[in-house]
Write a protein that binds this ligand. Structure first.
Ligand SMILES: [Zn+2]
Length: 280
């Protein structure tokens, strides 16, 4: 009788032992899984910490950059004169050259550079089609001059649809950025003819919009070096914040040294366009 009982008892026991082992195995594999996922979590946390540290470092660097970036000293008034913010010097004049870079912009830039005179070159996209023209713009930019957007084809914006206006303006920004690595900071409409749309678009693009306060080099009696140099300095329109409009023309290029000297002799400082406020 007893013998008959031993076998099934052993069988039951071994089943129990086996089940016990199996469940022990299972729990130890669960333990391993838990360990692994804990390790993964820790690793993830570490990575996140590193990322957060990196981000904090980047933020710090950007804050330093912001501080280093000059606070604007001037702004463009309703009548396009350059007015001081706070205590900046008031007796200033801004030099601008439109319809560039045609035949004389590079020469003008070199002359200005020698005289240490800052200026804005307002460029048209139709002057930026060949490699040579693009190279010229890059040289002007790399000499430290500000580049302004004067539209692609120099059309009167009043004659264009919003879609066409958008293309006229954005195409030039794209071109200038591709060539110089920097988007234009200023916008001047051809013939000074902005629409509400063009003004808003230019501002949305971060450009300060301006016309000018006076200019003469397109009038026949001033298409002469001496006559132009004289009127640009001795006009009664010259006053604090004067925004001087000139063009990429032969007689203008020739008159630049006299104009710069004449303005300085009268006590004017030439405004660095970098110090002019732009829409953020
Ligand atoms: Zn123009």
């Amino acid at each position: 009788m007893k013998r008959y009982l031993v076998f099934p008892l052993l069988a039951v026991l071994s089943v129990l032992v086996f089940t016990g082992c199996a469940s022990a195995d299972q729990s130890s594999s669960e333990q391993t899984k838990e360990d692994t996922s804990q390790e993964q979590e820790q690793e993830q946390e570490k990575q996140e910490e590193v990322k957060a540290e990196k981000e904090a470092e980047q933020e710090k660097q950007e804050a330093v950059k912001q501080e280093e970036k000059q606070e604007p000293k001037y702004k463009v008034s309703e009548i396009s004169s350059i007015v001081p913010i706070d205590n900046a010097e008031a007796q200033v004049a801004l030099l601008t050259f439109d319809d560039a870079p045609d035949k004389h912009a590079l020469e003008i830039a070199k002359t200005l550079k020698e005289l240490n005179a800052p200026a804005i070159f307002f460029v048209n996209g139709h002057f930026l089609t060949t490699d040579e023209e693009k190279e010229t713009l890059k040289k002007i930019h790399d000499m430290g001059f500000a580049i302004g957007n004067h539209t692609y084809s120099h059309a009167n914006l009043n004659d264009l649809t919003q879609e066409e206006t958008k293309e006229e303006i954005l195409k030039v920004n794209k071109l200038v950025e591709e060539i110089t690595g920097e988007k234009p900071a200023f916008f001047r409409a051809p013939f000074g003819e902005n629409t509400d749309y063009s003004r808003q678009l230019a501002e949305d693009e971060g450009m300060a919009v301006m016309n000018w306060t006076y200019g003469y080099d397109w009038e026949s009696q001033y298409q002469d070096k001496d006559a132009l140099a004289d009127i640009m300095v001795n006009t009664e329109l010259l006053g604090n914040g004067a925004n001087l409009l000139m063009h990429d023309r032969e007689w203008t290029a020739a008159a630049v040294p006299e104009i710069v000297k004449g303005l300085r002799d009268k006590g004017f400082t030439l405004v660095d366009p970098e110090t002019i406020e732009r829409p953020s």
